[in-house]
Design a protein around this ligand. Structure first.
Ligand code: 8X3
Length: 225
């Protein structure tokens, strides 16, 4: 399995985890998907034995802040748009031509319930996920006539570093988000990805929209107590 991200210590841990879980081999490289020239060079420069990517999971993404558009810091927008939209596009642009040429491949994009219904103070994050939805739909159309599949996996609230990143390390604020509900776990999302990728070659799963039992949509939750 080939993985890339910005934090090498995480990648080293993941390599070991993947091998322990039975991956035939694991390789990683450092990448910030928001940097177009880095994406182009890194993917073009992959060692031959890792260059043929069959399943691309566009997982990189983040939210920054919860604020009104007319009061927000535009730096937050740049970071979200550069990673969640442009990063996904840059990587896709580099990887998908090889899939088409080889006659096999699957692009799995991480969407969100935020792409369906905009929530208060989240306009730009929600816009990036609405863009992901549109790009996934458009890419599927572009790939008609090829065997390359496109899936959007669209979770609601998942207990990850997502909220700590949104609130720039304010763990107390982040914990509030998951208070008195049972959020999805990263493994729930991984299961959905593996399931979509494991369907027979003629089956394209377009969208998997999943939430915890305690969430109905972007802003309707059942909190205990
Ligand atoms: C993550 C879902 O509702 O926390 O994309 O923004 S939400």
């Amino acid at each position: 399995m080939l993985v890339c991200a910005r934090r090498e210590e995480r990648l080293l841990e993941l390599d070991a985890e993947l091998k322990a879980a039975g991956a035939a081999d694991a390789h990683h490289f450092l990448l910030d998907v928001s940097k177009r020239s880095e994406v182009e060079a890194a993917i073009a420069g992959l060692p031959a034995e890792w260059a043929e990517i069959d399943v691309l999971v566009n997982n990189a993404g983040l939210s920054r802040g919860l604020a009104k558009v007319y009061e927000d810091d535009p730096d937050n927008w740049e970071e979200m748009i550069d990673t969640n939209i442009k990063g996904l596009l840059y990587v896709t642009r580099q990887v998908v031509p090889g899939m088409v040429a080889r006659g096999r491949g699957h692009v799995i994009n991480m969407g969100s319930t935020a792409g369906y219904i905009t929530y208060a103070n989240g306009a730009v994050y929600c816009a990036t996920k609405a863009a992901e939805k549109a790009i996934s739909e458009g890419l599927k159309i572009d790939l008609m006539g090829t065997p390359v599949r496109v899936t959007s996996v669209d979770p609601g609230m998942v207990e990850t570093e997502f909220s700590a990143v949104r609130f720039r390390g304010d763990e107390a604020k982040a914990a509030k988000i998951y208070e008195n509900i049972t959020p999805l776990q990263p493994e729930d999302i991984a299961d959905a990805i593996v399931w979509a990728a494991g369907r027979p070659a003629h089956v394209n799963i377009h969208t998997i929209l999943l939430t915890t039992i305690d969430q109905a949509n972007s802003f309707t939750f059942s909190r205990r107590g």
